[in-house]
Ligand binder design. Structure first.
Ligand code: SF4
Length: 743
């Protein structure tokens, strides 16, 4: 099958290089679109819409990390344009990036602190001093009366790294809080835990350029066309590669694959075990690599020997010859690349599935070489930054919580007493919610995330929030979560503050302020400085800090010698390279840093060897029944980002995807007497969603339905099951039994 390329591909994915406003202005000023190139990048705009300045920055949505310019006129963001010199996107942007400047003038911004001055009273405008004072007095009272268990913090993957570093230092080194986690646990914690189990540390081994160099690209539960749009061209432009997609739905990505394995939900583990058996049976194991750099091969071979391919085919719902074809292609490839995202991570076996994909790469020697890597596609723009610097799942620099020497080193670097640091990680996000429900946690500070819409089993989450003594929410926009807060802290958003993001390939890029935040909103960095001041800790934690670069310089020093070594990265070096991949020391010669890690086959485990894992699939707990006969899958669409806090306010994106829908297979639709455009109710054991628009489509198989999770009004998380990976604590958003009722 031939894959689309060039203009057809660009149309299919909705990609472009400049916003409509920039394009309009260029058209008005020039009859030649070719005039609008890098050397004359900004010279073709007409005078009425010509920005005064173009600010070089990085997209604030997904972790692809595209470079762009924001055009500013009279203090207002009026256009964006892709950065043709950026190593990630070479000037192209997806629909979200192309309209990102519109988020800066969107309705619904928080412009003043808000405070509930009495229990059950309304939120009222307050001064910053009042809001910070209420937060500090309230948290101090809870900490004094109930100890460090009583207060928790949930942050995000949306801040700049400098803010994550400052926040982690305040939470861990200042307040000594045990329970500090991020919404990254809802999307990336299984990848983190899987990397740690296989390689001894978090950290994706490969780089985007591997997509162009691989002979085989295996995408597992990764619909890059919708979720990482600027990676899709890099996959599809590699005309020599065999692209294999593993996904229950016929996604846009699956439509353009050479081979689509439309597996049953949660059968990916059986599939990879079957592929491993074929690879071992056919003598395609890289024995030299396995013998030199791994441990556990004998156990693995014995484990997968039990996986009869015909049985695997039945379990997966995929013909055995297709599984064999995929295994042979992968095993015979000189360079094979595996990428995955939420289809793998959003599972109670997410961590185990990640270790199995790592194992597939290890036994075939596909780690640490060009075109060869097991690669976790991160979700949020700076999920990597919080993993590296934040002190949530690991101490900064991927230091382990359970290592006393690492804690002592961290305390010394921070200049705080060692006994102030917690001796273990503390509760992960879902366990913080459990702690609120059981009364252990009484105060919660939520930063730049919207759990009321994004957390599974919404009714239970709302019940937890109502139990809190003090609920503080810091965000740029009014959301269903800020509406429940006792204290609301208005924050600047992307485009209004400075710092860095790390993308999914470990590339650190600059984020720049283009316009002023509205009203009294402040950069999160400044809020953390003010909060530390109010706690009386600013001098100890942030000595002399005034700008994010002060935090960056300290963080780079703290990271020295670690796998995620930033010690050679400076703002100037990032500017020179467009983005720098860690590890990067002062001795690293390439100005852009290090494209891939583990090239020497030495891993971060005690033995230096990577571990091969044996994994056994488990049945789905909330399986379909006569009362709830369909299996619900949730996911994303290219027009929207997370809970639509931003994209729901951008007219062009909202116009393209204004409301939630449910995909139903034609056979099921006929049986239920439904057609496209009908409205239905979906009901699960936990809740109902009304008025879902039916799309009859063979994209989903019989017995399965799909709903995008972005929409507050028709919130898929009223239906999802609150079960979590026991290792990573990541939720299973992908398999819940539901019933369809005609409205
Ligand atoms: Fe932004 Fe991601 Fe789109 Fe690039 S692919 S423009 S980073 S949302």
């Amino acid at each position: 099958m031939s894959r689309p390329g060039g203009a057809a591909l660009t149309r299919l994915l909705g990609l472009g290089t400049r916003s409509e406003e920039a394009a309009d202005a260029a058209r008005a000023a020039s009859t030649s679109p070719r005039a609008y190139v890098a050397d004359d990048r900004f010279g073709t705009l007409n005078e009425t819409r010509k920005p005064d300045t173009w600010v070089r920055t990085t997209c604030g949505y997904c972790a692809v990390g595209c470079g762009m310019f924001v055009g500013v006129k009279d203090g207002i963001a009026v256009a964006v344009q892709g950065d043709p010199d950026h190593p990630v996107n070479a000037g192209r942007l997806c629909p979200k990036g192309l309209s990102e400047h519109q988020t800066l003038a969107a309705q619904g911004r928080l412009t003043t602190p808000l405070l509930r001055r009495s229990a059950g009273g309304a939120q009222e405008p307050a001064t910053w001093d009042e809001a910070l004072g209420a937060t500090v007095v309230g948290f101090n009272r809870l900490l004094h009366e109930h100890g460090p268990e009583a207060v928790a913090v949930i942050s995000t993957g949306q801040l700049v790294t400098e803010e994550f570093y400052a926040l982690g230092k305040l939470c861990r080194g200042g307040l000594g809080l045990r329970h500090y986690d991020g919404n990254t646990t809802l999307c990336m914690s299984s990848a983190v835990a899987g990397y740690k189990r296989s390689f001894g540390s978090d950290g994706p081994p490969g780089a985007y350029e591997d997509l162009e160099q691989a002979d085989v690209i295996l995408l597992v539960g990764a619909n890059v066309a919708d979720n990482h749009p600027l990676l899709a061209p890099r996959v599809l432009d590699n005309a020599g590669a065999t692209v294999i997609v593993v996904d229950p739905r016929v996604t846009k990505t699956a439509m353009v694959a050479d081979l689509h394995l439309a597996v049953r939900p949660r059968s990916d583990i059986a599939l990879v075990n079957g592929m491993l058996k074929v690879i071992i049976d056919e003598g395609l194991v890289d024995r030299a690599y396995v013998d030199a750099h791994t441990e556990g091969f004998a156990e693995l071979a014995a484990h997968v020997a039990a996986y009869d391919l015909d049985r695997v085919a039945v379990d997966c719902g995929v013909p055995a010859d297709q599984i064999r074809e995929a295994a042979l292609a992968f095993g015979r490839a000189e360079r094979a690349f595996v990428a995955w995202t939420m289809g793998v991570n959003h599972s109670v076996q997410g961590t185990e599935t990640v270790t199995l994909l790592n194992t597939l790469c290890l036994v075939t020697g596909n780690v640490g070489r060009a075109g060869a890597a097991p690669f976790s596609l991160t979700g949020q723009c700076n999920a990597m930054g919080t993993r590296e610097a934040g002190g949530t799942a690991s101490l900064p620099g991927y230091r382990n919580w359970d290592d006393p020497a690492a804690r002592a080193e961290m305390a010394a670097l921070w200049g705080v007493p060692a006994d102030r640091l917690p001796t273990e990680r503390g509760r992960a996000y879902p366990d913080i919610i459990d702690g609120v429900l059981d009364g252990t946690i009484k105060g919660l500070w939520v930063i730049a995330t919207n759990p009321v819409v994004s957390f599974p089993n919404r009714a239970r989450l709302e019940a937890a929030i109502r139990k809190l003594d003090l609920f503080v929410v810091q965000d740029g926009f009014a959301t269903p979560t800020t509406a429940m807060a006792d204290v609301v802290l208005p924050a600047a958003i992307w485009g209004e503050k400075d710092g860095t993001y790390t993308n999914a390939e470990r590339r650190v890029s600059r984020v720049r302020k283009a316009v002023e935040p509205p009203g009294q909103a402040k950069a999160d960095f400044d809020i953390f400085l003010a909060m530390a001041q109010a706690f009386g800790m600013a001098g100890e934690l942030y000595p002399g800090w005034t700008t994010p670069e002060d935090a960056f310089i300290e963080w780079a020093r703290v990271s020295a010698g670690r796998l995620c070594d930033y010690s050679g990265i400076t703002y100037d070096r990032i500017d020179a390279a467009g983005g720098v991949q860690w590890p990067c020391t002062p001795e690293t010669e390439a100005v852009g840093g290090t494209p891939r890690i583990y090239a020497d086959g030495v891993f971060q485990t005690p033995s230096g060897r990577a571990k091969l894992w044996c994994v056994t699939p488990q049945p789905i707990s909330d399986a379909p029944s006569s009362r709830y006969p369909f299996l619900l899958n949730t996911g994303r669409t290219v027009e929207h980002w997370h809970t639509r806090t931003k994209t729901g306010r951008v007219a062009v994106l909202d116009h393209l995807a204004p409301e939630a829908w449910v995909e139903i297979n034609p056979v099921d639709a006929e049986h239920l007497g439904l057609g496209s455009g009908d409205l239905v109710r979906l009901a699960s054991r936990r809740g109902v969603v009304d008025d879902l628009l039916v799309r009859v489509t063979a994209i989903v198989r019989e017995g399965e339905v799909f709903v995008p999770f972005h929409y507050d009004e028709r919130c898929a998380n009223r239906l999802t099951v609150d079960e979590f990976d026991p290792i990573s604590r990541e939720p299973n958003y992908k398999q819940a039994a539901v019933r369809i009722e005609r409205m």
